[in-house]
Design a protein around this ligand. Structure first.
Ligand SMILES: [Zn+2]
Length: 437
């Protein structure tokens, strides 16, 4: 779902520093007695009224975490992490066996530096916690307020300089909902209640800083206004949070959650959106077809050329006896998205595998989506030493909100609520209270 990862602007200092608050535990899905507003809407965003009582009939079992933990996966591979703390002091955390050491201090289990902090060029409006592992690696985790996290995700997922308010608001609601459902799934699985900053979860690269120009300052104000307007708002399906997946572009029609995330349906009982027609993508796809070429600035179509080495790697990942020598669709959804494929190795024994396993083996950046237009050699024909060319349309898993269409529909005047209602049919918006720490 990562589309755009803008480099945070560099500023001289930490700027708008907030008072540091203690690291708190995550509280998810607990009984809530605190203030808050829970209200479903159909046409517009519910007003933010944090002081209003929760209506009796909808007194929430669900509550949002006040803070979330986000692991910086790129920093984790470094032998040390350099942090500028909230006083502007440069601090260095290094591995010390399976522990960590802050500057010259003795090793300890974990180091917490109160925020906001700067790591590299990125400003994080939260505390940073660094722990050590058995192999001397570092885990660098930002403990950050949920709404600050949402603002950072929106800034990383959208080109916010040119984004309409409805675009920012819809993305904020989807990002907030996604974060909470991801953490709940992790809790159910007994895993760490930690989000990551990469494609496995949502793009996060620190706070957006509108310090480089008047335009950047305006963009920051629009971003903050959108997050404020949607504060606490999530997508609900019945009594549950929606699986609010989103992706860069669907190509023409979005995918069924149950088709793409069948494991989560089976193992966690997860429920998500069904596929819907996507007019902006369909229009663009028709134009690309008529022109015989992808759009120059916002292409839907893509071509991947898989070399013999790629096919070798894919064969190994799928457990074949050598490189992939045959590929053909086995199960296709209504939009032409390949869900399962027939594959064979040199022994020509056909097997059925999830297409996503092939994408994972070859790289999501190479096979950008699963709506495949055609391949060369054609599907089912032997693949030789020349490799395989795959032509597709759309980027990402195709489930839920289509960011490509989000931009177009917001410019047409659609509200965030209307856009979300279209891409997550059968859901409603609710403003959930925040759990007390
Ligand atoms: Zn679309």
């Amino acid at each position: 779902m990562t589309r755009i990862m803008p480099k945070p602007a560099v500023s001289g200092g930490l700027g708008r520093i907030r008072t540091a608050v203690p690291v708190t535990l995550l509280l998810l899905g607990i009984a809530c007695t605190g203030p808050g507003v829970t209200r479903g809407v159909r046409g517009a965003l519910p007003p933010a009224r944090p002081g209003a009582p929760v209506p009796r009939a909808t007194r929430a079992r669900l509550a949002l975490p006040a803070r979330v933990a986000v692991e910086l996966t790129s920093v984790a591979r470094a032998p040390e992490v350099a942090i500028v703390d909230s006083t502007g002091t440069f601090r260095r955390v290094t591995a010390a066996g399976d522990a960590v050491r802050l500057d010259a201090e003795p090793p300890r289990e974990e180091v917490i530096v109160r925020g906001p902090v700067r790591i590299g060029e990125a400003l994080h409006r939260g505390d940073v916690r660094v722990t050590g592992g058995a192999r001397g690696e570092l885990r660098t985790i930002i403990e950050i307020g949920l709404e600050d996290y949402v603002a950072s995700v929106v800034a990383a997922e959208l080109p916010i300089w040119s984004a309409e308010p409805a675009e920012l608001e819809a993305q904020a609601i989807a990002a907030r909902t996604f974060a909470v459902t991801a953490l709940r799934a992790r809790r159910a699985a007994g895993a760490d209640l930690v989000l990551t900053d990469g494609v496995l979860d949502q793009a996060y690269c620190g706070a957006y800083e509108g310090t480089s120009s008047a335009g950047a300052a305006r963009a920051q104000r629009r971003l903050e206004a959108a997050v404020r307007a949607t504060r606490g708002l999530v997508l609900m399906r019945g009594d549950s949070l929606e699986e609010a997946r989103y992706h860069a572009s669907c190509g023409r029609h979005t995918a069924n959650f149950a088709d793409v995330f069948a494991d989560e349906v089976r193992e966690l009982g997860a429920v998500g959106p069904t596929g819907v027609h996507c007019r902006p993508c369909a229009t663009r796809a028709a134009a690309e077809q008529a022109n015989g070429a992808p759009d120059a600035t916002r292409p839907l179509g893509w071509i991947a050329r898989l070399e013999p080495g790629d096919l070798e790697r894919a064969g190994a990942a799928l457990g074949l006896d050598g490189p992939v020598t045959l590929l053909a669709p086995a199960r296709v959804d209504d939009a032409g998205r390949w869900l399962e494929v027939h594959v064979a190795g040199p022994d020509r024994a056909l097997r059925v595998e999830p297409f996503d396993d092939l994408r994972a083996a070859i790289g999501y950046g190479v096979l950008k989506g699963s709506a495949i237009v055609t391949t060369l050699p054609r599907p089912g024909r032997p693949i030789g030493a020349e490799g395989l060319t795959v032509q597709g349309r759309g980027r990402g898993h195709g489930v839920g909100l289509c960011q490509e269409a989000l931009r177009d529909l917001a410019r047409e005047g659609w509200s965030a609520a209307r856009i979300l209602r279209h891409y997550y049919p059968g859901t409603r918006l609710e403003r959930l209270p925040v759990a007390r720490d």
